[in-house]
Design a protein around this ligand. Structure first.
Ligand SMILES: [Zn+2]
Length: 388
């Protein structure tokens, strides 16, 4: 199996920071004598992403040069595109406690044994105002990404990671493929062109349609739901997964589509996150990436197509993965099929279009949205979840 099939990872090398069992034993013994730092849920997701190479070429939490380079011009200090900093924030108290150590044991909040050793290369002040404006395009603390960042410590510790164990999960165990494993799956299926689909929502007809439009021009589809932290009012991942499974059972070709989970936490950074999501999917082996309307957006912080326009800020080929940009789509009664403003010439009243609020109201009342909007199997799962 080649780590470069079917597409080279970002920066050329697929990173794997997980130590062999033998080395892990030695690292665990060393970690027992190191100062410990508990990382929060979001940074634990980043640690997992780093460990398995989803954030290749990064090999640890970023330092000050990369941090500012990413904020200022969406590139690492070495010139490689990168859209959102991946940093380990620490409070002043923690910084005083561990600040002079050249190695720190990183732990999850569950009190289990340390997961990784961070070989410290530096520490720096987190410029939260600059980060908010650059990454999130707002300083509004109502923005969930800005809020999460603001609640973290005011400093960052940078360093290389050596990972003894990945964070443990008891959910989606059959769907937790690493980038090396998705690449291997693609190779086994003979897929050379693969489109990735990011989602943090149930999939209704509109998203099914754009996935299938994309699949028409490639060999395979990777539905890659994000299962790290999201905001409280998003549909929980276990409910979403039931929806995806129902769709796959009834409507997707088994030899052309697969599901795996994306362990990242959601930033809601809109355009910047679209770039970050695309680069990560390249590491998972995707050659193409779907960018719909308001990708990774929240509220009204971003323009509907900002997440598509931002791809034009990079040189052709610089990102190494092809964005496939889609407008919002719908069922049209006159076309008698799915379409978008690009393909359907009819009026709004001919189109089956429901607001998110309206859909939630219907589901909460135990009512299926029209089947032109949502597959009945998906609607029934969401109704059951809202009523339990
Ligand atoms: Zn039409």
């Amino acid at each position: 199996m080649s780590d470069t099939y079917p597409i080279p990872p970002h920066g050329g090398t697929l990173v794997d920071l997980v130590a062999s069992p033998n080395d892990a034993g030695n690292l665990s013994a060393e970690a027992a004598n190191l100062p410990k730092l508990v990382v929060n849920e979001r940074e634990l997701s980043d640690l997992e992403m780093l460990a398995v190479g989803a954030l290749s070429p990064l090999t640890g939490f970023q330092g000050e040069d990369d941090y500012h380079a990413v904020l200022e011009n969406m590139h690492l200090a070495n010139g490689l595109p990168w859209a959102i900093p991946v940093v380990l924030s620490v409070t002043d108290d923690d910084l005083h406690r561990v600040g002079t150590s050249d190695a720190i044991a990183l732990c999850s909040a569950d009190g289990a044994a340390p997961l990784a050793i961070l070989r410290v290369t530096g520490q720096f002040k987190r410029d939260k105002q600059k980060e908010a404006v650059s990454v999130y395009r707002t300083e509004d603390l109502e923005h969930p990404g800005v809020k999460a960042m603001s609640e973290g410590g005011d400093s960052c510790i940078a360093g290389e990671l050596e990972v003894m164990a990945l964070p443990s999960h008891d959910d989606f165990v059959n769907y937790r493929l690493t980038p090396a494993q998705t690449r291997q799956s693609f190779q086994e299926r003979g897929w050379k062109a693969i489109v990735g689909f990011q989602t943090r929502n149930p999939i209704h007809r509109a998203h099914e349609y754009i996935q299938k439009c994309a699949l028409e021009i490639v060999d395979g589809l990777l539905v890659h739901p994000l299962v790290g932290a999201t905001k409280a009012d998003d549909v929980p991942p276990e409910v979403r997964m039931q929806c995806y499974e129902a769709l796959f059972a009834g409507y997707y070709p088994k030899d052309r589509a697969m599901i795996s989970v994306f362990p990242a936490a959601m930033r809601y950074a809109g355009p910047r996150e679209a770039i970050w999501h695309a680069i990560a999917r390249k590491n998972y082996g995707c050659t193409h990436f779907i960018v719909g309307r308001d990708h990774a957006g929240v509220g009204s912080y971003y323009g509907t197509y900002d997440a598509q326009k931002i791809f034009e800020e990079f040189e052709p080929g610089e990102l190494g993965i092809m964005p496939l940009k889609f407008e919002h789509s719908f069922w049209c009664n006159k076309c008698e099929g799915m379409g978008s403003p690009k393909t359907c010439p009819h009026e709004a009243e001919d189109r089956v279009s429901l607001s998110g609020t309206k859909v939630r109201e219907m589901l909460a009342a135990g009512e299926r949205p029209p089947q032109e909007f949502s597959r009945p199997e998906v609607a029934d799962i969401l109704i059951a979840a809202m009523q339990s």
